[in-house]
Write a protein that binds this ligand. Structure first.
Ligand code: GLC
Length: 511
């Protein structure tokens, strides 16, 4: 299954599909998604044409942060199933040719994790130093609206550090016992056959050892947005050595949640840290040619010389879905699918974007997430008829708008749906070395049109995206025919240079 030459690395050829367990599919009727639900719908992912799933946390958790607060890394939360279910998921995915990445959350545990319960039991606890304690807080601010990053522990009379909620105390990775314990977690899952990990807030692991105040925190920004310490790199190198010691190519994808492409390059190290890092500027980007052009040029200019393989993400479980960001426009979501799946780098799809889902509108009384991220976490509508494949209890969040029309069942039956557009784009990508691995070169085009060439040996594709709402003309030199377009023209017809508004075409050489 695994290639050997570095340009054949499976993860460079991969298309990753993010499963958010609570909202993907519910098999036991309690209104929350679970692993048996994932098993029942793995064929959807395979038929779509993605080849890797990244599963957000399924581990034991009090769910203060929807599973990103882990109380046992080596067991599955009963909400989602059992350890046997997790093994079945790994095995059944593999049987379908899908690889599996799990979420690894190194920065913090739950405050109910036995390690933290032990650490906070007394200053003399052998695990006291597994977390970060101070007599006086500094001005560091936590994310998720949690205010100060320090919480007072009454019993032992010190503050502990948490970059997120007080229920998520930060681990002290400078303690070798923590390193060993967390390496044990990685081994536990690697031994069960996972193909790698998505590393949660990888840039947060190392802390400023001087604990200096920071003006950006004083100005109200959480430290998570810019923490960038050398020690994180040392930790990542240790994790990389560990995964490299396993057979096959196990992969590390880091969430480096700094909105700076220049900074994320560092997290690839000298090929000895992350295999891939997320690069989030496109995740915030509006439907705007200047913003996209800048993001894409930056990636090419900064990552390619460093031999750092890019990733592309338009939506995930922490941010407003891109269709919603593009004013709810399905035309734009369709054009964006062609753009996303023809860039140089590994694309990450967030469950439901292939259905063109928008964020759900959440009544404040049904709000669950303290960070206000419920909208993008709404359940996936599988069936056209209510309750859309979610039998039993009311789902934990309301459905996104128009669930009957957006339902997977209905879109599989409609060749013109956005689901089939994704499927076709993925099939073309799989068949074309240029689209998967080729060079990226921008073409001179009108300002509202982004046009680029992908080339690998004699395999060539052109992609033109018109960000304007009105038609634009752009006829690239040479003879081109349409391989896929976001709306309208049939594949196989000659491309005459007409681009409808909010429209994208993928072109292949004509006769
Ligand atoms: C990451 C996750 C997010 C979580 C946070 C704390 O940013 O994507 O969902 O709240 O880390 O673990």
């Amino acid at each position: 299954m695994n290639g050997t030459r570095s340009d054949e690395a499976w993860w460079k050829n991969a298309v990753v599909y993010q499963i958010y367990p609570r909202s993907f599919a519910d098999a036991n009727g309690d209104g929350v998604g679970d692993i048996p639900g994932m098993l029942a719908h793995l064929d959807h992912v395979r038929d779509l044409g993605a080849d890797t799933v990244w599963v957000s946390p399924i581990f034991r958790s009090p769910m203060a942060d929807a599973g990103y607060d882990i109380s046992d890394h080596c067991d599955v939360d009963p909400l989602f199933g059992t350890l046997d279910d997790a093994q079945r998921l790994i095995d059944e995915a593999h049987a379908r040719g899908l690889r599996v990445l799990l979420d690894f959350v190194p920065n913090h545990t739950s405050d109910r994790h036995p390690w933290f319960l032990d650490a906070r039991s007394s200053r003399a606890s052998p695990r006291r130093d597994w977390y970060i304690w101070r007599d006086e807080p500094n001005d560091w601010r936590a994310a998720l609206g949690a205010g100060s990053a320090w919480t007072w522990d009454e019993q032992t009379g010190q503050y502990y550090l948490h970059f997120f909620l007080p229920q998520q105390p930060d681990l002290n990775w400078r303690n070798p016992e923590v390193v060993e314990a967390m390496h044990g977690v990685l081994r536990f899952w690697l031994d069960r056959g996972v193909d790698g990990f998505r590393i949660d807030v990888a840039h947060c692991i190392g802390k400023d050892p001087t604990f200096s105040d920071h003006p950006r925190c004083l100005a109200g920004e959480p430290l998570v947005d810019f923490n960038d310490q050398p020690y994180s790199h040392e930790v990542l190198r240790g994790i990389r050595r560990l995964v490299d010691s396993y057979p096959g190519q196990r992969v590390l994808v880091g969430e480096v949640n700094i909105r700076s492409t220049a900074s994320i390059v560092q997290y690839y190290g000298a090929g000895d840290e992350l295999h891939m890092s997320f690069n989030f500027p496109p995740l915030d980007a509006p439907w705007d040619p200047v913003v996209f052009r800048t993001c894409i040029r930056e990636v090419d200019a900064l990552l390619r010389p460093a031999d750092a393989w890019p990733t592309w993400v338009l939506s995930n479980h922490d941010n407003v879905r891109h269709r919603t960001r593009y004013d709810g426009s399905l035309r734009r979501a369709r054009a964006a699918a062609i753009l996303l799946l023809s860039l140089r780098g590994t694309p990450f799809l967030f469950q439901g974007e292939e259905l063109g889902l928008e964020d759900a509108r959440i009544d404040p009384r049904r709000q669950v997430d303290p960070g206000g991220r419920d909208g993008c976490r709404a359940p996936l509508p599988w069936k056209e008829a209510p309750p859309h494949g979610w039998t039993g209890a009311t789902p934990w969040l309301p459905f996104p708008p128009d669930p009957a029309r957006q339902a997977a069942e209905r879109q599989w039956a409609d060749q013109g749906s956005i689901l089939h557009l994704y499927r076709q784009a993925l099939a073309l990508r799989r068949a074309s070395p240029a689209l998967r691995l080729g060079d990226w070169e921008e073409l001179e085009s009108p300002p509202e049109v982004l046009a680029f060439r992908r080339r690998r040996s004699d395999d060539v594709r052109l992609v033109c995206v018109n960000f304007a709402a009105q038609p634009r003309r752009f006829a690239p030199p040479g003879n081109w025919r349409i391989a896929l377009c976001s709306d309208g023209q049939a594949p196989g017809t000659a491309f005459g240079g007409e681009l409808a508004g909010d429209h994208a075409v993928m072109l292949e050489p004509g006769d």
